[in-house]
Design a protein. Structure first.
Length: 190
């Protein structure tokens, strides 16, 4: 089953009501795009960066699912390569009291999606860009400043950046960015 931004929001509001103590979740993935950045594509779960399933959260989740009839899963992100300083830029999703939902700033979310870069991630990035255009220079500078140390194959990661920049802008820009990133990796300035 897939859930819209409206259903996810209802789920989080009910979860907030059912908690007895404060709880913080860092939401990444498709749910983050839907809740904060205008992505309308439905998502099957809520990917969380820092899942800590204490008894209060487990009880509140069960009650929320029962009351709403929505079997939304909170899924720990199995593999994620965020920008180095992304936790310093997390954005609070408003309107909740006990449940503190923090979402990566939009360039950080785009870089998280670039690191994975499956078809759904590319579609979410394009939808975020259509909703509010991304600045290629901000994206690339964040990548150069914070993604060059990501624990993944650097050539593959650079190629994923090229694919997304090509999707959003044009091939000439993507080619220039790719050359700039490669130069930086070789120790030059970029």
């Amino acid at each position: 089953m897939s859930y819209s931004a409206t259903e996810l929001r209802r789920f989080l509001e009910e979860l907030d009501r059912n908690l007895t103590a404060p709880c913080e979740l860092v939401v990444i993935g498709g749910a983050a795009g839907a809740l904060m950045y205008g992505v309308t594509t439905a998502t099957k779960d809520i990917d969380v960066w820092n899942a800590r399933y204490d008894s209060d959260l487990v009880t509140a989740l069960a009650l929320t699912r029962q009351r709403l009839g929505l079997d939304v899963e909170l899924a720990g992100a199995p593999v994620a390569h965020p920008p180095d300083e992304f936790e310093d830029r997390l954005v609070l999703l408003g309107g909740l009291s006990k449940l503190q939902v923090r979402i990566p700033e939009r360039y950080d979310l785009v870089l998280l999606k670039i690191a994975r870069c499956v078809e759904g991630d590319r579609a979410h990035i394009m939808e975020m860009h259509a909703h509010e255009p991304l600045d290629v220079e901000v994206l690339v500078q964040r990548y150069l400043d914070e993604m060059l140390t990501a624990a993944t194959d650097p050539d593959v990661l650079d190629d994923k950046l090229w694919i997304v920049v090509d999707d959003l802008f044009r091939t000439e820009i993507a080619d220039a960015i790719h050359a700039r990133v490669k130069q930086r990796r070789r120790g030059g300035t970029g």
